[in-house]
Write a protein that binds this ligand. Structure first.
Ligand SMILES: [Zn+2]
Length: 375
């Protein structure tokens, strides 16, 4: 329906953004280039001091384009960083896809959203089509458990309807629900002793940890809940009974009570293993982000669904197992839905995006803005 999308310009912008080095907390080049592009399109752009707070090279960008028509202001958001290995990306078109050279991720997560927004707004400018006020929040360090959006001051956003362009899956898929996420660090303490001369005087922290892990509910717990140990570390010589062993892990669930109750059961297992060996354990937990759930009749969901219908793609509602910046927007009272961007094999060096999906994503953005104009 939006025949003004310039496919080549869209693909060129997308590949230019992918090629900019922008690993988490190292988004300076990306922030500068986006600031320049948005200013050219008429946005007023500001950068916050999150970079300083998190030891990064750039802060979150907030950009605002005043509306040319009455209608509710709309927020769109993407993140500027991408997972490692995400520097020296060499994007290229291969058949119907854009791919990396296989040594890095592509960075379609989240450059696809950025490119769709830039192309969509370029189209609006060129056609002179009326639009409501558009606000953009472009975050840093999303891939580090949403640390950028955690520091973003949402009170400057006037929109009450938000769209985060940041999910795999086909354009038309709308994420209504995201999990709560708890990270934990457990340090087991035993007692060191010579492993050959006096092992009976030692308490092996490694043995305590192994016993605890063998009793833990891990990986898929139920349809809504997962748990994982990501690292286990205890390094020493073979002739010493190791007195320290550290575990790091996480629990997620779409149901907040389940995250807390599963974390409690893991803690109990660790404590009882420590007690059995007469050792001890200290456990620290951090809630990285809280869950949210939007109703199908909420404003952002309705708008995204209507717009998908307008561009002729099937609408599909889903839950995600991962957090996104939408967790923070929603927690802070700004109803925000996550839209699928069409990319595939995310967070791997095989990451790719079909050219057709990138065009459809731009079309979707334009249709959402169309739906935001009072007529
Ligand atoms: Zn992402």
């Amino acid at each position: 329906m939006h025949h003004m999308i310039d496919h080549n310009r869209l693909f060129t912008t997308f590949m230019e953004l992918c090629a900019i080095d922008s690993e988490p907390t190292r988004e300076r080049l990306m922030a500068d280039r986006l600031t320049e592009m948005l200013a050219t399109l008429g946005f007023v752009v500001s950068e916050d001091d999150t970079g300083k707070k998190i030891g990064g090279s750039a802060g979150n960008l907030y950009a605002r384009l005043e509306g040319t028509a009455a209608g509710e202001a709309l927020l769109f958001s993407c993140h500027m960083d991408r997972v490692v290995p995400g520097v020296n990306v060499k994007p290229r078109i291969e058949g119907d896809y854009i791919v990396s050279d296989g040594t890095t991720v592509l960075g379609a997560d989240d450059a696809s959203g950025l490119a769709a927004l830039l192309e969509g707004i370029t189209v609006l400018k060129q056609t002179g089509k009326a639009h409501p006020t558009i606000e953009l929040v472009l975050t840093v360090a999303e891939e580090l458990s949403l640390v950028g959006s955690r520091h973003f001051d949402t009170t400057q956003v006037t929109s009450r309807t938000g769209f985060v362009l940041d999910a795999g899956g086909n354009v038309g898929e709308i994420v209504l629900q995201a999990p709560e996420h708890i990270k934990f660090k457990a340090v087991f303490h035993g007692r060191s002793a010579h492993a050959g001369f006096a092992p009976e005087q030692g308490i092996s922290a490694i043995q305590i940890a192994a016993t605890a892990i063998s009793r833990m509910g891990l990986l898929r717990i139920d349809a809504e809940t997962t748990a994982n140990i990501g690292s286990i570390s205890a390094i020493g010589p073979t002739n010493i009974v190791q007195d320290r062993c550290e575990l790091q892990g996480e629990v997620r669930s779409l149901v907040p009570e389940k995250v807390r109750s599963h974390m409690a059961s893991l803690s109990k297992v660790m404590q009882s293993a420590a007690a059995e060996y007469a050792g001890s354990v200290t456990i620290e937990t951090v809630t990285s982000y809280q869950a949210y759930q939007l109703r199908e009749d909420s404003e952002p969901v309705c708008r995204a669904a209507r717009a998908a219908a307008d561009i002729g793609v099937p609408v599909c509602y889903k839950a995600t197992g991962g957090g996104s910046d939408a967790n923070y927007f929603n927690i802070r009272g700004l109803p925000t839905v996550v839209l699928s961007c069409g990319y595939e094999k995310v967070h791997t060096t095989a990451e790719r995006i079909p050219l057709k999906q990138l065009v459809l994503l731009t079309d979707w953005v334009l249709a959402i803005i169309d739906n935001g104009v009072d007529s």
